[in-house]
Ligand binder design. Structure first.
Ligand SMILES: [Zn+2]
Length: 152
């Protein structure tokens, strides 16, 4: 199922309250004290369908750039590097990008279920919708979603 199809399903099943769960994770290089996140990814999951509605990635590193360090790194390769900010600021950036993407597809997120991350929700309010609600627990969500979440 594509994201577009998942969005349509979510809208069909959930007419009044448009709630998604936001989840983000990082790939870290855990050697010694170097825990710098090299890439981050996030996804938004519709609580009605449990389907992924949107996802996005941020990469601070590109293998090809590293290998061709003497060459022009802006050249024609499929560059993976799309983030030069701090690892910490990736998560709110990804969240806001996906909120805007979903809105463009006709899905205006009103409730966000996510970890207790004040940076992300404050950015969502300032850059997307000042009235967006945040839920830090999964109890208010539909049962099938809660079960799915707990079993993973
Ligand atoms: Zn590159």
């Amino acid at each position: 199922m594509t994201c577009q199809e998942a969005i349509k399903k979510e809208k069909d099943g959930c007419k009044e309250e448009e709630t998604v769960s936001y989840d983000a994770g990082w790939q870290t290089r855990g050697s010694g004290r170097n825990y710098a996140s090299l890439s981050g990814h996030g996804s938004m999951i519709g609580v009605t369908t449990g389907k992924v509605l949107a996802y996005a990635v941020r990469c601070k590193k590109c293998k090809q750039c590293d290998q061709d360090i003497t060459n022009d790194t802006t050249s024609s390769h499929d560059c993976r590097k799309n983030w030069s900010g701090s690892s910490k600021s990736m998560e709110p950036d990804i969240a806001v990008e996906m909120l805007h993407n979903l809105k463009e597809k006709g899905f205006h997120v009103k409730d966000l279920v996510m970890d207790n991350d004040t940076t992300t929700i404050s950015k969502a309010r300032s850059s997307f919708d000042p009235n967006i609600n945040k839920f830090s627990d999964f109890n208010h969500t539909k049962k099938n979603f809660t079960n799915k979440r707990n079993s993973s």
